[in-house]
Design a protein around this ligand. Structure first.
Ligand SMILES: [Ca+2]
Ligand SMILES: [Ca+2]
Length: 201
């Protein structure tokens, strides 16, 4: 059975790339002691584009018929051992869109995250600035997460400090920020503003 919500045609393109300045591990084996030098930085990323044409699906709703959309998602990562920066840029474009649903052309910095990993004596820490996900109490107390299958993607934009004590047997989390969701609803491609709800704990 074919879902009436399916587009008449769709075209997807995905590209991934990676680069590093780390030394290739091709030195001949020697008996010299190994010097513990920091590894190099790695830059990687991917970009995916989905092009669709949505025909009249005869569901009695004219607001989802006869328009074209292009959805672009680009992820970038710069990983320098104990520092990491990740960026996601989302874009959407529409042609001949019907009225009745707010579908906006946009290009935005949807996620930007700086992570610093440090050891303070026997305490391992991770400081996150920017967008992050979090779950407390198996998601009952707090659930900021991404589930692609459901089109769900809610993060917080702010700061988060994780401390791991006693050989990681205890984790202490301190966080605060404003909620930042993906700004397009998955099925109808409706634009939604960020909730900007304040949270902390
Ligand atoms: Ca329709
Ligand atoms: Ca957002």
């Amino acid at each position: 059975m074919r879902s009436s919500a399916l587009a008449e045609w769709a075209f997807a393109l995905s590209v991934q790339f990676v680069g590093t300045n780390a030394q290739a591990d091709d030195a001949p084996a020697t008996d010299l002691p190994v010097v513990d030098e920091p590894a190099g930085a790695t830059f990687s990323g991917s970009t995916a584009t989905l092009l669709e044409w949505r025909n009249n699906n005869r569901n009695g709703d004219a607001t989802d018929d006869n328009y074209a959309d292009a959805l672009v998602r680009t992820n970038l990562l710069l990983d320098a051992v104990d520092n990491r920066i990740t960026v996601r840029i989302n874009g959407a474009g529409f042609a001949s869109r019907p009225t009745g649903v707010d579908r906006q052309n946009y290009l935005r910095l949807e996620r930007v995250t700086l992570e610093l990993f440090r050891n303070l004596g026997k305490i391992r820490t991770q400081l996150t600035v920017g967008d992050f996900y979090a779950q407390f109490g198996s998601g009952l107390a707090l659930s900021l997460r991404r589930v692609d299958e459901l089109g769900l993607d809610v993060a917080a934009r702010g700061g988060r400090l994780d401390a791991f004590l006693w050989d990681d047997h205890l984790q202490v989390i301190l966080l605060g920020g404003l909620t930042n969701s993906a700004n397009i609803e998955a099925t109808r491609l409706r634009f939604t503003e960020d909730p900007d709800d304040a949270l902390g704990g």
